[in-house]
Design a protein around this ligand. Structure first.
Ligand code: SF4
Length: 412
């Protein structure tokens, strides 16, 4: 295993627009490369420029704490940083991979974020994050912290094949429980579900049940991308060795799309399956409909928010970013139901907007990308921080309410 110590020039990754999944504009990669070596990892793709053999060679940014302190120190900044979470994780290497036991870069980054009072979100697959429980509790008390774990399946055998370097799904869920018990909000990223392997109705139900039992604050769900080149050939090689019967299906759904997306038809089926299970409408699910899988909860009882709930971000964002996140969440929840929505284009239009926010809702003015309904939602958010349509949609998507949002009939 090669650890290559390097000197980084900068650490903080800044996004031009807020990311509504993470409610974040800032992130960092303290390691380049990942010992976890998940077969589906897109960090392996050429576009990420991770040198050497992925899974073995990892660049360690040993001067990261020093650079990060300089970049974050409010006294050295001309403009204050924007609100939202600082993301530790994701990208091209898990921040709690085994090298962290030696280098303590994540711990030091958290100490700096705590010192300057920034909110933090950790996304990992490693139980090593338990080491920093005390620090994350302190951050949560002063500025908010969230701990998120990702898994592609709750099935131990599937995980051993496709996520060979990480603790089992059961161990990851146990650590999520531990953080929750210690008062830190948690999330499960059921991401990526592996086509034809962990995207089955039974495994999705089991994952949702595990998430509900772990009492996560929200769940992020998503399919897998497979970019042509190193990522695709590594994954298909693993697939051929363990489950060759699916190779043909993969060739059918992954057709060289630039970003590695599967066919739209596949994602539509996946989202519709997930939505039905989430709402207890799957037909094979709970005791309420005589399902076959036994022990799975009944209709609408998972009750897990499918995006970060507003109580975890409402007070962190300025008006513009709050509007963007809410509109984007609404768009996602409509798409999950297989409905087109104009809220996504409105979110993008607001993100790009440089003028006063009140101009977005001025009577008689139509701004490209912002429909009348979206403008009404924006007006409500500006007035009271949220919108009734958004709240209705959240309740409906969690199965708490059967009342369909008004715009579900005509979301334009
Ligand atoms: S833990 Fe994340 S970054 Fe590391 S190999 Fe797996 S998917 Fe990639």
């Amino acid at each position: 295993m090669g650890a290559h110590e390097i000197q980084a020039k900068s650490i903080l990754i800044k996004r031009k627009y807020i990311d509504s999944w993470f409610v974040s504009r800032y992130g960092m990669n303290l390691y380049r490369g990942c010992q976890h070596n998940c077969a589906y990892c897109d960090g392996r793709a050429e576009g990420y420029y991770v040198d050497g053999e992925f899974g073995r060679d990892v660049c360690v940014k040993v001067n990261a704490p020093e650079i990060l302190r300089r970049e974050l120190d409010p006294a050295r900044r001309r403009k204050p940083l924007k609100g939202g979470y600082f993301l530790l994780g994701g990208g091209v290497g898990d921040s709690y991979q085994r090298l962290e036991e030696t280098y303590y870069l994540s711990r030091q980054a958290l100490e700096i974020l705590a010192e300057f009072g920034y909110p933090v979100q950790v996304l990992t697959k490693s139980t090593l994050v338990r080491r920093d429980l005390d620090l994350l509790q302190r951050i949560n008390r002063q500025s908010r912290a969230i701990v998120c774990f990702s898994l592609s399946s709750v099935d131990e055998r599937i995980s051993r094949i496709y996520e060979p370097g990480v603790p089992s799904p059961g161990e990851r869920l146990e650590i999520l429980k531990l953080f929750k018990i210690h008062g830190i909000p948690t999330a499960l990223f059921l991401l990526p579900v592996i086509p034809f392997i962990s995207d089955t109705e039974e495994l999705l139900e089991r994952a949702l049940q595990a998430a509900a039992e772990t009492e996560v604050d929200y769940l992020i769900f998503g399919g897998m991308t497979l970019k042509e080149g190193r990522q695709s050939s590594y994954f298909l090689n693993t697939l051929s060795r363990h489950q060759p019967e699916f190779v043909r299906e993969y060739r059918e759904i992954y057709r060289g799309e630039r970003w590695g997306q599967a066919s739209g038809e596949y994602y539509r089926r996946l989202h519709s399956r997930f939505w039905r299970i989430m709402r207890g409408e799957s037909g094979s699910g709970g005791p309420s409909n005589g399902g076959s899988t036994g022990g799975i909860r009944g209709a609408g009882t998972f009750r897990i928010p499918l995006r970060m709930p507003p109580e975890l971000f409402g007070d962190l964002l300025d008006d513009k970013d709050r509007i963007v996140v809410i509109l984007d969440q609404m768009d996602y929840l409509f798409q999950l139901r297989g409905k087109a929505s104009a809220y996504g284009s409105a979110a993008r239009a607001v993100a790009r907007w440089d003028g006063p926010l009140s101009d977005l809702i001025k009577p008689g003015i139509r701004i490209r990308g912002i429909s009348g309904k979206a403008a009404a939602v924006i007006g409500e958010i500006l007035e009271c921080g949220t919108a009734r349509e958004y709240e209705r949609l959240l309740r409906y998507s969690m199965g708490v309410s059967s009342e369909l949002p008004h715009s579900a009939q005509d979301p334009s």
